[in-house]
Write a protein that binds this ligand. Structure first.
Ligand code: PLP
Length: 395
């Protein structure tokens, strides 16, 4: 018999009833150090007082009105995002994949209105992830996500990650945009080198096409800048944001330059829930904390500490790990053992980590994790690695 919850997930046998900072607590009181943060969503950890206050204050005043009316908190959040980024304008939705939908629509509409309606195609990279909507799976293009769901949304081309020749060859008179994650998340925590992001910006300018960054996972302070592309100095025309921006409340956004957003006039797009008072109240509170230079400085300092300790962990367990990759507090342990075995051993050691492609274990701790908690995290990962090593020796 089919379970009452559609069985599309492989869930771990863990169930949490409470969260405190970087900790997740089970009903029996077991405390897990959370290095997954709801897949980079709980950027400020669990039950952050400022977020709880923002949410409960708004909940007592007004939850939802629809976008038929002015929404002051939405305006405030848009103003904050515009002030802190390349963007001139923002649209709010509820998830990363909805942000992908608008990014695709926006760039097609841009060229349509510009008198180049043949420019509909978006070039994306193999191994990327852009969500599970029809546009999202077509954009990522992997067999795993698309098989059985055809016909797929047309207008996407895929080139191998890092293959400049294939990228150049893929651009033609139908190309509208290049889409990529500045740091691939699901794809295995792979930063795109700064030089490449700059090169892509130049290439898009030269060809007269748009550049779309998907910062759903790598944005909102995760890499130690508010948005990961800031490290390179290259800016996109359109950017997808979600996950960390709501700190756990479902919230997404598309940020764009005035030029790229030209086609998106009244009536061209919308969302019932997108940008509602509850979500935007929380988003404003997240932005006030994460966009602060002192906060980002701390993220960078802690990222350095964590990475250094992880290098030590890798050196101590060559049978299990072979390297560390990533940027800021978006880190990956490259495994020799099977990454899902490491994740399972982590559960036994009461630390939650997340698998990614390329046999990587992802570490995406809340950005508020303390130095002591980083030390504890590595101690628990060490315990997990020892268990994996023992199991390998016994096999
Ligand atoms: C998670 C993710 C998405 C999809 O976000 P949802 O909120 O699950 O729809 C899109 N792009 C990237 C890079 C992601 O990590």
């Amino acid at each position: 018999m089919i379970p009452s919850v559609l069985p599309t997930y492989n869930r771990a046998p863990l169930s949490f009833v409470k969260g405190e900072g970087a900790w997740l607590i089970e009903a029996d009181g077991r405390r897990f150090l959370d290095l997954g943060a709801g897949i980079a969503v709980n950027a400020l950890g669990h039950a952050h007082p400022a977020l709880v206050a923002a949410l409960t204050e708004q909940a007592g005043a007004l939850w939802h009105t629809s976008n038929l009316y002015q929404i002051p908190k939405q305006q405030e959040l848009a103003d904050k995002l515009v002030a802190e980024t390349f963007a001139d304008t923002a649209f709010f939705c509820n998830s990363g994949t909805e942000a992908c939908e608008l990014a695709v629509k926006m760039c097609r509409k841009y060229f349509h209105d510009k008198g180049q309606p043949e420019r509909t195609d978006i070039i994306a990279f193999q191994g990327s992830f852009h969500g599970r909507s029809s546009a999202g799976i077509a954009a990522a293009g992997s067999e795993k996500m698309t098989k059985g769901f055809g016909p797929l949304l047309p207008g996407f081309k895929h080139v191998p990650f890092g293959d400049h020749d294939a990228l150049h060859a893929a651009i033609d008179e139908n190309t509208a945009a290049i889409l990529l994650e500045p740091v691939l998340g699901e794809g295995g925590i792979k930063p795109v080198p700064d030089q490449c992001l700059k090169g892509l910006r130049d290439l898009c300018d030269e060809k007269g096409i748009l550049l779309i960054f998907d910062e759903v996972q790598c944005g909102m302070g995760r890499t130690g800048k508010l948005f990961a592309h800031e490290w390179s100095g290259a800016t996109p025309d359109i950017m997808m944001v979600a996950k960390g921006i709501g700190g756990g409340f479902p919230l997404g956004a598309v940020l764009a330059t005035e030029e790229a957003a030209r086609g998106m006039t009244a009536g061209t797009h919308g969302s019932t829930y997108g940008g509602n008072p509850l979500g935007c109240a929380v988003g404003c509170a997240v932005m006030d904390i994460v966009a602060d230079a002192g906060f980002l400085h701390e993220v960078n300092r802690k990222a350095g500490l964590f990475r250094q300790k992880l290098e030590g962990l890798v050196a101590a367990h060559p049978e299990v790990f072979k390297g560390v990759r990533g940027s800021g507090l978006m880190l990956g342990l490259e495994c020799v053992a099977t990454n899902t075995d490491v994740v399972a051993a982590g559960y036994d050691a009461e630390v939650t980590v997340v698998p990614a492609a390329e046999n990587v274990v992802r570490l995406l701790p809340p950005l508020i994790i303390s130095d002591d908690e980083i030390g504890e995290a590595v101690a628990r990962l060490d315990k997990a690695a020892t268990a994996v090593k023992t199991a390998l020796a016994e096999a």
